[in-house]
Every structure is written in structure tokens, then in C-alpha cells.
Design a protein around this ligand. Structure first.
Ligand SMILES: [Zn+2]
Length: 401
């Protein structure tokens, strides 16, 4: 990483502030935070190191609300959910720790190259030793240690040990620890309760498919022979009874929940939904009911999920799908990959991005357009960003092509 002067100024043709673009804008960064932003001709640059980024757009770093970086490079053409899950389990078993770490780094690079600066990530290993993830990361990472006992009492003690080990180190550099009890149908009530009491942020895969809900409610369907006795409760009931539905909990997918029935409850509890447009498209799922969730006051944010169920591991791919399939405006997409995502995740790093006082996390994107068309071009971008900064530190070297 590059050294960081205590105060410097970034200039670009476009700078995206909280309320829109500044043409010929500037950002003053002091000790890693945004000290000022606005039109470049209104700031005195005396005494500041100035970096002129030229004809590009400087935009806040994207916040990816759900990923599995350790699955980067795991490829399958499978588009049916159950065989896809089996392919992932087999891939996980076939790899050693060095390969997993390498895959993780490849995923980190891919997200950075797409302008992402913070990512939630599921640490999907099975071992109690979770130390390897406590390595220095370039991205800001909210690492959710996955807990999964398959509702099998013989596996509970091992998973509780993993939970305890993961709580021993809560933060390290750009990395924060959290917990992900896998899903209401795959985690026993005692393990869910232990996660809920751990005093950390929680992320849960919830109601990704109808089969999951069918088994939870009735004990029937394709999961009948894979799991023990059904609790005969819906997914939210299972999570609520265990105390998992806390303020700051994020539910990933939620495809088989009903916004009209479940939305008001989630909104009241401060629980957000993470939608992963790339995965949704991969499995050919029915249109995601964004408007219905929003009508109930539920915050919906975006995640890349893993590269194994996606065409690209890049927040801009999710943004492009959101623009096309969810029919939301570019500024709303930026919020779903920005402030709203930070809020949903419980602001693990405080505020980041381009607003006064925030940690100066941003990226320079190529665009030749103006106004909202420029933002749309940024969000649909496919080439690596020109450069990125995390806490004002140049993380991807700026190099216009
Ligand atoms: Zn996932």
C-alpha cells in the first residue's frame, strides 16, 4: 500500500457528493476522512498535496452486502439449485486451506477492481480454527463466520466451539468479525440461540427457495430425506423464537417470504433484506418484489453472492441488473450499494464514502457523460476502475488508460 500524506486533495471532472455531482469537483482528505467536498474552485489548495484525476468520475466505494469470496474460481454450469448446492459442497471438500486462501484473494481483487471498498463475506469453513481470515485485507471486510450443524446434535458441540473461537478476535485492521448461522432449516435451535446471544452482527440465508419453507412448515418436499424432524414453523418464526431477528440482522435472498405478510414485522425489528440480482438471474427466479418490500418499509440492499452463481464478481454487475430488472433509478442503486448497505450491516466501519466526516473510501471511474447518464455509465461499467482509495489510502493505483 502507498504511504498517505495527512492531508491531500483529489480533483476530478465529476465528484459524487451526497446530493449529486459536483462538476469539476474536489475532495479534501485529512487523516483518512473526508474533510471537505465541493466545487474545486471553492477550495484553497495551499499546503495540500493535489492529485488531479482528470476526466473521470469519483464515486463513493461500493458496499457489497453479501459474498462468499472463498468460492471465487469454483465453476459449475449447474443452474438447478439442489445439484448446484451439491457441486459447492464437493468443491469445498476438494480444496485445501492454501487454495481457499488463494480463491479468497482473487475474489477480493475482483471486487476492488469493480470499485467496491467494503464487503460482507461468509467465512464458510468448517473448522474451529478461523485464524487465517484474520490476515490483513485490502478491502474492508465484515466477515461472517458461518455456523451450520444440519440440525444434527452430533455436530452441535463442534459448531459451538467454532462460534467461541470466532468471537475471540473481533477486529483487525480493515476486517471485522460477525456470525452467520447458515439458514433456519439447516441450523438447530440451540446453535441459533447461541449465535443470537453472541452480541455481534448476524447474517442469515433465509427462504432462498420454496423447498426450504415447505420443509420448515410441513416436513415434506425435496429436503424431507436430508434433514431430521421439521419444526413445523415458518422461517421467520424459527429465527424469531431463537432471537436472531435483531436490529442489524440481514436476511439474504428472502425469495420465498411474502412482503405483505412478513414485511411489517421485519421493518419493525430493523431487519434488512439482501437481494443478489446475479444469483437471482443465474437460477432464473421469478422477479424480485422490491416495490412490495419497500412499501412495507423494509430496507433492501444488494450483494454479489459468490462467483459460483454469477457471471461476474463485481458490484457493477449487480447494479446493471438492478437498473434493468428492478427498474430503479441510478441514484437509488448507488444508495443500495452505499449508505443503505452500510446501514443494513450496522455500519461496521462507521460511515464510509464521499460525505464530510466519512472515511474516505472512493473509486475513480471512466465516463465521458454528464449528469445521471454518467452515473448510469459508472454503474454499468465493466472495465477495472481507474483507481480506488480506502481511508484515503491509494489501494488500487490510479492509472488512466
Ligand atoms: Zn450466499
Amino acid at each position: 500500500m502507498r504511504s498517505r500524506p495527512s492531508a491531500f486533495l483529489l480533483r476530478a471532472r465529476l465528484v459524487r457528493g451526497p446530493h449529486g455531482w459536483y462538476d469539476r469537483g474536489a475532495v479534501v482528505v485529512e487523516r483518512g476522512r473526508v474533510a471537505w467536498l465541493g466545487p474545486a474552485d471553492r477550495v484553497a489548495s495551499t499546503g495540500l498535496q493535489v492529485k488531479d484525476l482528470g476526466d473521470c468520475a469519483l464515486v463513493r466505494g461500493f458496499v457489497n452486502a453479501h459474498a462468499h469470496l472463498d468460492l471465487t474460481g469454483v465453476q459449475t454450469s449447474e443452474r438447478e439449485f439442489a445439484p448446484w448446492v451439491r457441486a459447492m459442497v464437493a468443491a469445498r471438500r476438494s480444496r485445501g486451506p492454501a487454495e481457499v486462501a488463494q480463491a479468497w484473494r482473487a475474489g477480493e481483487r475482483s471486487l476492488l477492481a469493480g470499485g467496491c471498498t467494503t464487503s460482507a463475506d461468509i467465512d464458510g469453513g468448517d473448522q474451529a480454527d478461523v485464524a487465517w481470515t484474520a490476515q490483513p485485507t485490502q478491502l474492508r471486510v465484515l466477515s461472517f463466520v458461518e455456523l451450520l450443524d444440519g440440525r444434527d446434535p452430533r455436530r452441535l458441540a463442534g459448531q459451538l466451539a467454532r462460534l467461541r473461537a470466532s468471537c475471540a478476535v473481533r477486529q483487525h485492521g480493515r476486517w471485522r468479525r460477525a456470525l452467520s448461522p447458515h439458514a433456519p432449516h439447516t441450523v438447530s435451535a440451540p446453535l441459533l440461540r447461541a449465535a443470537a446471544r453472541a452480541g455481534t452482527r448476524l447474517q442469515v440465508h433465509c427462504a432462498e427457495t420454496e423447498a426450504e419453507v415447505q420443509w420448515l412448515l410441513e416436513g415434506t418436499g425435496p429436503l424431507r430425506d436430508l434433514l431430521p424432524a421439521s419444526p413445523r414453523q415458518g422461517p421467520l418464526e424459527v429465527l424469531h423464537r431463537a432471537g436472531v431477528l435483531q436490529r442489524g440482522t440481514t436476511l439474504v435472498h428472502a425469495n420465498a417470504l411474502d412482503p405483505a405478510r412478513d414485511g411489517a414485522r421485519l421493518a419493525r425489528l430493523g431487519v434488512s433484506v439482501v437481494h443478489c440480482p446475479g444469483t437471482h438471474a443465474w437460477f432464473g427466479r421469478a422477479p424480485f418484489p422490491l416495490a412490495a418490500w419497500r412499501a412495507q418499509g423494509v430496507r433492501v440492499v444488494l450483494g454479489t453472492d459468490s462467483a459460483a452463481s454469477n457471471e461476474r464478481l463485481d458490484c457493477r454487475h449487480e447494479a446493471a441488473l438492478a437498473l434493468d430488472r428492478l427498474r430503479v433509478a441510478p441514484s437509488e442503486v448507488l444508495d443500495m450499494l452505499g449508505d443503505a448497505a452500510e446501514e443494513a450491516l450496522g455500519r461496521p466501519f462507521g460511515w464510509t464514502g464521499l460525505r464530510v466526516g466519512a472515511r474516505a473510501d472512493c473509486a475513480a471511474h471512466a465516463t465521458s457523460l454528464q449528469g445521471e447518464a454518467a452515473l448510469e455509465e459508472v454503474l454499468r461499467g465493466a472495465r477495472p476502475v481507474l483507481g480506488s482509495w480506502i481511508a484515503g489510502r491509494e489501494t488500487l493505483p490510479f492509472g488512466p488508460d
